[in-house]
Design a binder for this molecule. Structure first.
Ligand code: AMP
Length: 221
């Protein structure tokens, strides 16, 4: 099962992808997480990506594509994946199709998570992320039991450097510039499903699982 989650920053792609990956026993692949890992470790890719990410822009397509191919060729991806944060534009969508085709596979479906700007800004400006297991919390909506400590693994929580209000607005603009073409691309291929992401995350998860079952009726979840 190969699923892509699309949507603006703050729509909940990461949260849904993590929960879905757990339910379907598939790896969650987040290009943002892989890039942040590279930045934290000061790799060559991380050094190139750091300033771009802090400014809310997109890392060049060729760098992200190379990084993605690396990840898709790992053995744990053989039964599929939940992809979050890629593609970000039409060129990346075509690259993804090509990468999969070269490996005799293809996407099963694409979920577009739609969220309103008010909800997005509120979610992102209060988001806290675990530096160890990457689970998300929220200062108001989902505070950790102990201040700035992850309930899940005890790791330290941090606020992403691109979750400042002015960078959030820049990221939304970058996203809006690219998204309509991307949506059309997947709509034309008959793979796109639009779901409302403003509400409860468990309800949304069940909607995505129902879609997965439509695509694989042997799926036991
Ligand atoms: P995310 O965690 O998906 O919100 O991504 C955080 C940042 O990483 C983005 O604002 C971009 O700077 C960079 N990034 C993540 N995925 C991509 C991608 N597919 N193409 C280019 N840049 C990306």
């Amino acid at each position: 099962m190969r699923i892509v989650l699309l949507g603006p920053p703050g729509a909940g792609k990461g949260t849904q992808a993590k929960m879905l990956a757990g339910k379907l026993a598939l790896p969650h692949i987040s290009t943002g997480d892989i890039l942040r890992h590279n930045v934290a470790n000061g790799t060559e890719l991380g050094l190139k990506a750091k300033e771009i990410m802090n400014g809310g822009g997109l890392v060049p397509d060729d760098l992200v594509a190379r990084m993605l191919i690396n990840r898709l060729d790992q053995p744990d991806v053989k039964n599929g994946f939940i992809l979050d944060g890629y593609p970000r534009n039409i060129s990346q969508a075509k690259t993804l199709d090509k990468i999969l085709k070269e490996r005799d596979s293809a996407l099963n479906f694409v979920v577009y998570l739609e969220a309103t700007q008010k909800v997005i800004v509120q979610r992102l400006s209060g988001r806290l992320v675990c530096s160890s297991c990457n689970v998300n919390f929220h200062i108001v909506n989902m505070p950790p039991k102990v201040k700035m400590i992850c309930d899940n693994c005890g790791g330290a929580l941090y606020q992403r450097s691109d979750d400042k209000e002015e960078t959030i607005l820049k990221r939304l603009k970058v996203y809006e510039n690219e998204v309509s073409e991307l949506i059309k691309y997947y709509q034309d291929s008959g793979k796109l499903y639009r779901l409302c992401a403003d509400g409860d995350s468990e309800v949304l998860l069940n909607e995505i699982i129902a879609l997965a079952k439509q695509h694989d009726d042997t799926l036991k979840v």
